[in-house]
Design a protein around this ligand. Structure first.
Ligand code: AMP
Length: 208
């Protein structure tokens, strides 16, 4: 099963992606993670991506699509994969349709008013786990692996505002795109816990 995870920044895509990958044994591919690894490694792609990411803008489509197309050539995707953060606009979705067969698009819906607090209070670990400062009780290490928690460079109010604008103008139209293809399923991520959101996802995936 090949899945796209859609949702605004802060909707909980990363958290749900880890749970889905674990239970359904699909490979988690996050374009944001790929860019962050490139920035850390000081690659040419990383240098290019950093300026866009810091501004809350999308990295150019050609670069992003080529990365995903290359990634989907590898053997480890054969058992099924989940794209987290790709596609981010209609151009990318149309490109993806040329080199991949997508079965399902899971859209995580969330009230926009919650997003700013969620993202600015987010603390992440390099293992992929993320937390909110309000539930950490001052802890600075990851409860899962003991790694040091940090705030993503683009999780600051100014960049978050730009990321939300980018989402609304470029990414939200994908909801209609996948609905028209008959592949869209929506779950609600309000005040509910990650486990409650995951229960809705399980209901959908168990029927696939
Ligand atoms: P994320 O971790 O998904 O929130 O992505 C972090 C940042 O990486 C985004 O704000 C974009 O600047 C960039 N990015 C991630 N995925 C894409 C994509 N599919 N197209 C363009 N830029 C992306």
């Amino acid at each position: 099963m090949n899945i796209i995870l859609l949702g605004a920044p802060g909707a909980g895509k990363g958290t749900q992606a880890s749970k889905i990958a674990q239970k359904y044994n699909v490979l988690h591919i996050s374009t944001g993670d790929i860019f962050r690894a490139n920035i850390k490694g000081g690659t040419e792609i990383g240098k290019l991506a950093k300026s866009y990411i810091d501004a809350g803008k999308l990295v150019p489509d050609e670069v992003t699509c080529d990365i995903v197309e290359d990634r989907l050539q590898k053997d480890d995707v054969k058992g099924g994969y989940m794209l987290d953060g790709f596609p981010r606009n209609i151009f990318q979705a149309e490109r993806l349709d040329k080199f991949a067969q997508i079965d399902l698009c899971l859209n995580i819906e969330v009230d926009e008013k919650l997003l700013m607090d969620r993202i600015c209070g987010r603390r992440v670990c390099s293992c992929g786990q993320s937390y909110h400062v309000s539930t950490l009780g001052g802890a600075t290490a990851c409860a899962k692996c003991g790694g040091a928690l940090y705030r993503r460079a683009d999780d600051n109010p100014e960049t978050v505002k730009a990321r939300l604008d980018t989402y609304n103008s470029q990414t939200a139209p994908l909801i209609g795109y996948y609905k028209a293809q008959g592949k869209l399923k929506c779950v609600k991520s309000g005040e509910g816990s990650p486990d409650e959101v995951f229960a809705q996802i399980e209901e959908i995936l168990d029927k696939q």
